[in-house]
Design a protein around this ligand. Structure first.
Ligand SMILES: Cc1cc2nc3c(=O)[nH]c(=O)nc-3n(C[C@H](O)[C@H](O)[C@H](O)COP(=O)(O)OP(=O)(O)OC[C@H]3O[C@@H](n4cnc5c(N)ncnc54)[C@H](O)[C@@H]3O)c2cc1C
Ligand SMILES: NC(=O)c1ccc[n+]([C@@H]2O[C@H](COP(=O)([O-])OP(=O)(O)OC[C@H]3O[C@@H](n4cnc5c(N)ncnc54)[C@H](O)[C@@H]3O)[C@@H](O)[C@H]2O)c1
Length: 506
């Protein structure tokens, strides 16, 4: 039987972003909101992405640190216990506590697949029950996240996606990873520590294409040091698997995977070596080399999850929606009606939990203000996106890289300072083999920091000071009076600021 219900705000997708929109739209506003979720409330982040990956990586990082601190013996990594810790952090894939949170905050949860069927109207298809039709007085917010891109020729091999890697149950003896981005680098770190022989097949000439080149180099060196066979400038032209079958999350999906690879000569990648390579066979001779593995992880990016949402029922398609931002106050929303908004991974903005949640808080507050007549909180222009990659060493950056800043402000208008991570006693103390780099990018015109990168142990914890400096547009002459405690890694800020030209420091 069909039932109809009306709310002020209908949110499609109960991930971290959907939860934040609903919370900020309803808090202190008297508005009502409903979250429509077809899998688990808490979304990709809580069960299949951020939480399980960091639950796996943290003990591995601590073990690696302990192995390089005089006075400690090398800790033993207990794989079963590590996977059990991961299971605890994903609440054994049970979202009861997240549902309790929503209900406690006065937000209703409707389970099922939501689809727009007309202006301000969403139909939710539910398992074993009739559909629910939800009417939105003010807004329908699309917070449906993103899906992994699985390019040809991999799909028929049923490769692992990031869900399988974070949900690993069976550790494949040999794991091939296609991609050199964040998922690939983090997954290579934990899969190698769990005991897989990992081969990374990277199309580009470096890892982490969005980071400063020195960060890419540090991660490359560290992964190779951990036994990962990283091959740059490699394309996969053919993928074949015997007995591909869906064996479940984190289990090996069938027989051996054969990948026919070609290497571009100009990347200096060199001839692949190791026991995962065999000469091309089965009529493939001369076409390249074959990498054989027990499992393949495809980590080639994600795209907004906008299919099957019924956008066509209101005269839109995904591209039309992506052309406009999540801000309800945007003056030109083109063909997108003012009651329809997208936020988080679904909006095409940086696919990061903290960024999506930030945009959701802004959007939720705007929705509340728009409908209650209150003044919306002002939002600064040009808020930078921070990112931490939890490899060992960690890589953390915010704002512009040196090359992006030079492109924006001009070659002579940008100062870049780099210091070794061990340049401050507090940073060097973190582990005996500490290494890495810290850098600041400064715009001469505004005399402010416009970008920062930290590579080293616990580098992620250094990042927020840089984010504050950028958002607050704090002149570097003022930053010199922000005194870091001795002996903390934050004293790297002293070295960085001392490395800038004197005229900027005054
Ligand atoms: C392996 C991995 C590790 C990551 N680690 C980090 C990290 O450390 N830090 C970080 O900031 N980011 C990380 N990310 C990115 C982060 O997971 C995403 O940016 C974040 O989950 C986006 O949140 P969201 O709410 O927009 O989408 P999601 O978390 O994907 O939630 C969307 C929800 O919508 C539901 N849904 C979709 N369509 C419908 C529909 N039609 N009807 C009903 N429900 C629907 C889905 O079931 C899902 O629950 C990681 C990503 C991956 C893949
Ligand atoms: N710590 C974190 O914050 C964290 C962790 C994991 C993921 N994430 C987010 O999730 C998103 C998705 O991560 P990702 O690693 O899948 O994407 P990504 O965009 O970071 O990297 C994709 C990689 O795949 C390569 N690639 C793309 N198409 C290819 C093809 N056809 N063949 C071979 N290689 C190809 C790219 O060159 C790149 O190296 C990222 O944007 C990231 O911000 C964040």
């Amino acid at each position: 039987m069909r039932s109809d219900q009306t709310y002020d705000v209908v949110v499609l997708g109960g991930g971290p972003v959907g939860e934040n929109v609903a919370q900020y739209a309803t808090e202190h506003s008297g508005l009502t909101a409903v979250l429509v979720e077809r899998e688990l409330v808490g979304g990709e982040c809580s069960y299949y992405a951020c939480m399980p990956s960091k639950a796996l990586l943290r003990p591995i990082e601590v073990a690696s640190t302990a192995a390089h601190l005089g006075g400690l013996s090398r800790p033993h990594l207990d794989v079963a216990a590590l996977l059990a810790r991961r299971d605890e952090w994903v609440s054994h894939y049970d979202d009861a506590s997240q549902v309790d949170w929503a209900e406690g905050a006065g937000i209703d949860v409707v389970r099922g697949h939501g689809r727009i069927t007309g202006p301000r109207t969403v139909e939710v298809t539910r398992d074993g029950e009739g559909p629910v039709v939800l009417h939105a007085r003010h807004a329908v917010v699309i917070a449906t996240g993103s899906s992994p891109v699985v390019p040809e020729p991999y799909a028929a091999a049923l490769p692992w996606g990031s869900r399988d890697a974070t949900g690993v149950v069976e550790v494949p003896e040999r794991l091939a990873i296609v991609g050199g981005g964040v998922v690939a680098c983090e997954a290579a770190t934990w899969m190698a520590a769990l005991g897989s022989h990992v081969t990374m097949l990277v199309r580009g000439d470096r890892l982490l294409g969005g980071a400063e080149p020195f960060a890419s180099e540090a991660v490359l060196e560290a992964l190779r040091g951990a036994g990962v066979d990283v091959r740059l400038g490699v394309e996969v032209s053919r993928c074949r698997r015997e007995d591909a079958r869906d064996t479940g999350l984190g289990r090996v999906h069938g027989g051996m995977v054969h990948l026919l690879t070609t290497t571009s000569a100009d990347t200096g990648a060199g001839a692949p070596t190791g026991d995962q390579t065999s000469p091309a066979a089965d009529g493939e001779a001369g076409a390249g080399e074959v990498v054989e593995a027990d499992e393949l992880l495809v980590a080639t990016g994600r795209r907004p999850r906008l299919e099957g949402l019924g956008l066509e029922t209101v005269g839109l398609d995904a591209q039309a929606l992506l052309r406009h931002t999540s801000s309800p106050s945007e003056s030109s929303r083109g063909e997108v009606p003012d009651w329809l908004l997208a936020v988080g991974d679904a909006s095409g903005e940086a696919p990061l939990t903290h960024w999506g949640k930030y945009r959701a808080r802004v959007l939720g507050q705007h929705l509340a203000a728009r409908t209650t007549g209150a003044e919306p909180e002002p939002v600064p222009d040009d808020v930078p996106v921070p990112q931490v990659v939890f490899t060992d060493p960690q890589v953390a950056w915010v704002g512009l890289t040196a090359s992006a800043a030079r492109e924006r402000f001009g070659e002579t208008e940008v100062e870049v300072v780099e210091v070794p991570f061990t340049g401050a006693a507090g940073a060097a103390l973190l582990r005996d083999d500490a290494s890495g780099t810290a850098s600041l990018v400064v715009d001469r015109g505004s005399r402010t920091v416009v970008g920062a990168t930290f590579v080293g142990p616990d580098a992620g914890e250094l990042l927020h000071a840089a984010t504050i400096a950028i958002v607050g547009r704090v002149p570097v002459s003022v930053l010199r009076h922000a005194v870091p405690s001795y002996p903390t890694a934050s004293e790297l800020w002293l070295r960085l600021l001392e490395g800038l030209p004197r005229d900027l420091r005054r």
